[in-house]
Design a protein around this ligand. Structure first.
Ligand code: FAD
Length: 505
């Protein structure tokens, strides 16, 4: 009988996607496959991608990383959510937190109760009922501690880290687990004349690296998935209009905040990601509404420390490959698609891609059913993330610049239209197919950007006014006390996971 097992995986590219794939596959698959990564230092990596979401903890656990070591080595800080400034109107700000607002009561989501309290005159923002929001604004952090009945036993968090150090951390792990690395620029791919499968990649010095299965992590180039196999690109610019970014790290001038900030600007938005050793900044903008020089000047005006490097200018098109997996080539990371970094979803989507790959790990037949399953699930994930991102732009009341007027007027996906209508009627949020963003996330952004539903769930009216307000007050006080109890973010880092001045020197 023919041995159909995949024996050799070739990963093309050594950015975050390449090294995450190498680390995961070499450690999970053990000796059953050879994992080989090819990268070109001369081409380099995109060099951004520093904010994450809590699911990254699963990846770290799966690979057995010691979290404190991971934080020290990547100069990471903790992240409790994202603060959105000036998105609804200039002067507005809200945090989209990890974790929940309040507690669900009487079988319905907390936000219905908060809406009732608001109708009764409560002026406390919903963030006052969320420990992550309260702690973020107070610059507090700790990992969950088992205190029964306390929100402290349930703190969701993620990390903000140095992208270059993260790829190196993954590389160390991957090479320890047996991954081999080749340095060199790939100039072409050989394909089987009959079925079109990629059989090898060829480097500019003539070396050839053969494989059974190829993972294209070549970034925006899409060397195999696009250039070799000819897959097209589904362009989502009409919904996600930003197409460029200028990025620059700057000196840290204050304690690192335990959250990422996204500030809406004249033609896009600016990120601020505080790390242990520096602060990452970038302006994501739409080139139709601002030119590169003006965007760069605007970025430089709004950074809070001295620049630590030359700015990086990046062009992109929001959207995805027509097929994420085609024949014996699976694309991950920027080679698969990109939807801009507003909600820090790209690294997560590398992780979910790998997890789906493990579920349908192929043999050499690369059968259609598996590929179809992978592509359909990935598309669903992309579309649900897309809708959430589009919401931030379309739900603006800003009309101070042509960019924001464009965002207000642009058409939005039908799936998002339905979600918005559903919410506007009854404050209900439909989370389809176990999508990444929860009711809390959707509520945080819709409410944060001033979308007010006509009604809330009638069950929220069950309790008498006095009992209800006493419950809300109690919750408010528990959250405040819990935040007071937590140590400062910098103190917590200093105690548990302070990085050395230089890591990976
Ligand atoms: C402006 C911006 C901000 C972002 N911010 C975030 C964020 O906060 N959070 C988040 O989750 N994600 C973010 N992302 C996305 C994140 O940066 C990427 O998902 C992640 O870095 C993975 O990139 P990659 O490995 O796919 O590509 P790259 O880093 O571009 O790596 C590509 C690799 O392929 C190699 N390569 C290319 N061509 C060849 C060749 N011919 N021969 C050999 N090797 C080759 C390169 O040398 C490199 O090693 C951001 C992206 C952008 C553009």
């Amino acid at each position: 009988m023919t041995d159909l097992a995949v024996k050799k995986i070739v990963i093309v590219g050594g950015g975050t996607a390449g090294w995450m794939s190498a680390a995961a596959l070499s450690s999970i698959m053990g000796n059953s496959v050879d994992v080989h990564l090819v990268e070109s230092e001369a081409i380099g990596t995109v060099g951004v991608g520093e904010a994450t979401i809590p699911q990254i903890q699963l990846f770290n656990k799966l690979l057995g990383f010691d979290e404190n070591e991971f934080i020290r080595t990547t100069q990471a800080t903790f992240k409790l959510g994202i603060e959105f400034v000036n998105w609804g109107k200039i002067g507005d700000s809200y945090i989209h937190p990890f974790g929940k607002f309040g507690v669900d009561m009487d079988g319905i989501r907390f936000h219905h109760h908060w809406l009732r309290s608001r109708a009764m005159g409560n002026t406390s923002p919903v963030g006052d009922y969320c420990l992550q929001v309260k702690a973020a604004y107070s610059q507090k952090f700790q990992r969950p501690e088992n205190i029964p009945g306390s929100p402290i036993s349930n703190i969701d968090y993620a990390f903000q880290f140095d992208a270059g150090l993260y790829a190196k951390f993954m590389r160390v792990h991957a090479e320890k687990s047996g991954c081999k690395r080749t340095e060199g620029r790939i100039v072409t791919a050989n394909q089987d004349a009959q079925n079109g499968h990629v059989t090898s990649v060829v480097l500019e010095d003539g070396r050839e690296i053969e494989g059974d299965f190829f993972i294209d992590c070549s970034g925006f180039f899409g060397l195999l998935i696009s250039k070799a196999l000819g897959n097209g690109y589904v362009d989502w610019t009409k919904w996600l209009p930003c197409d460029r970014a200028a990025a620059i790290p700057c000196k840290k001038v204050a304690d690192a905040l335990p959250y990422t900030r996204a500030t809406a600007k004249e033609a896009g938005w600016q990120w601020r990601i505080p790390l242990q050793h520096r602060t990452g900044n970038g302006y994501v903008y739409c080139s139709k509404f601002i030119d590169d020089d003006a965007a760069l000047n605007s970025l430089m005006d709004d950074i809070d420390g001295a620049p630590l490097a030359d700015p990086k200018m990046i062009k992109f098109t929001t959207g995805h490959r027509t097929k994420f997996w085609d024949k014996n080539v699976l694309s991950l990371g920027l080679a698969a698609g990109f939807m801009e970094p507003l909600e820090s979803t790209s690294i997560h989507m590398i992780q979910t891609g790998l997890s789906r790959l493990m579920t349908v790990f192929p043999d050499k037949t690369f059968n259609d059913a598996d590929l179809h399953h992978y592509n359909a699930e990935t598309l669903q994930e992309y579309e649900s993330v897309r809708d959430f991102l589009v919401l931030h732009y379309s739900a603006t009341q800003r009309d101070d610049t042509p960019f924001w007027r464009h965002c207000q007027q642009m058409d939005i996906p039908d799936t998002l239209k339905r979600k918005l209508e559903y919410y506007k009627q009854n404050a209900r949020i439909h989370r389809a197919n176990d999508e990444l963003f929860t009711e809390t996330s959707w509520f945080a952004v819709m409410n944060g950007q001033n979308i007010m539903p006509a009604r809330y769930h009638p069950i929220a009216n069950q309790l008498s006014k006095d009992t209800f307000m006493a419950r809300m007050d109690e919750l408010h006080s528990v959250i405040s006390k819990s935040s007071d109890y937590m140590p400062g973010h910098e103190d917590y880092i200093a105690k548990h996971c302070k990085a050395q001045e230089e890591t990976f020197s």
